[in-house]
Design a protein around this ligand. Structure first.
Ligand SMILES: C[S@@+](CC[C@H](N)C(=O)[O-])C[C@H]1O[C@@H](n2cnc3c(N)ncnc32)[C@H](O)[C@@H]1O
Length: 259
């Protein structure tokens, strides 16, 4: 059942910061790929002012079957944890404006966000643009998202993240929500982080996947995995004073652009 615009507007007025500062690199870095940082709360909690879940479709992700690697076991292959999926659904539902995704792969995260747009997106007024530099991935995603593409909810394109961001900036395009899940290396992440102030609309949000990944590197030493640096790039390169940290959910980190 559709949620009324008034309810959504009321929920949107309250955005809660779960944590005030991002974790330190030492809190999350580990040689163990399945490491769960003991002092960082990775549970899903809503950012906006509703209790529990937005609807049954949202709640389903809280109980979604998992693979032995603890990622959601879906017909569309991806690497999302339950809390990542819950946060993606919430942000796509609640953020105003269009959505940009950097890194489509086979379309799992787009599939989750399009479901939220279908229920909360003012019937066709908001869209997702998702890009990936790998053409076979884009072709597979187009197959997996054929229904959503036909509904006009999502555009799937071949593109390199940095180039796509520069093009949107030149066009003056702003997004209400951006999901950053392309390269996880420090250099390409830093390049994108530096542009986000010009791409995220005031009051909009950006979610970084693999933010708390145990491979998070110390850029100086390249440990534990050379160049793996989502968290480090965010801390070093998001424009000063423009973004506030909202918390970690699954392995994703959420920042909001000041209104
Ligand atoms: C982790 S996957 C994305 C998963 C997807 N968001 C999901 O949750 O279903 C990362 C994708 O980013 C793409 N990629 C890597 N570097 C990129 C870049 N510089 N620009 C665009 N896409 C890139 C890869 O081809 C890969 O398909």
């Amino acid at each position: 059942m559709a949620i009324s615009g008034l309810k959504r507007w009321l929920w949107r007025r309250t955005a809660v910061r779960k944590d005030t500062a991002p974790p330190a690199l030492a809190d999350v870095a580990s040689e163990d790929l399945y490491f769960v940082p003991p002092n960082v709360n990775l549970d899903y909690t809503p950012t906006f002012g509703f209790e529990g879940f937005l609807n049954k479709e949202h709640e389903e992700w809280a109980n979604w079957p998992l693979t032995p690697d603890r990622i959601v076991d879906h017909r569309i292959f991806g690497w999302l944890r339950r809390a990542d999926a819950l946060k993606l659904y919430e942000m796509a539902a609640m953020c105003d404006g269009d959505i940009l995704e950097l890194g489509t792969h086979q379309g799992l995260s787009s599939h989750i966000m399009t479901a939220a747009l279908r229920r909360f997106g003012d019937t066709g007024k908001r869209r997702i643009c998702t890009i990936d530099l790998d053409e076979p991935c884009v072709n597979k995603a187009c197959e997996n998202l054929a229904g959503e593409i036909a509904e006009g909810l999502v555009d799937v394109r071949v593109g390199e993240a940095g180039e796509v961001c520069r093009r949107y900036i030149a066009q003056g395009k702003r997004f209400g929500f951006i999901f950053v899940d392309h390269s996880h290396y420090y250099g390409p992440m830093r390049e994108v982080c530096q542009m986000l102030g010009q791409l995220v609309a005031p009051g909009g949000f950006v979610l970084f996947h693999d933010f708390t990944d145990p491979r998070s590197a110390f850029p100086e030493s390249g440990k534990p995995e050379p160049d793996f640096g989502v968290l480090a790039a965010c801390v070093d390169s998001l424009p000063d004073g423009e973004f506030e940290y909202y918390g970690a959910f699954g392995c994703a980190g959420l920042y909001g652009r000041r209104a």
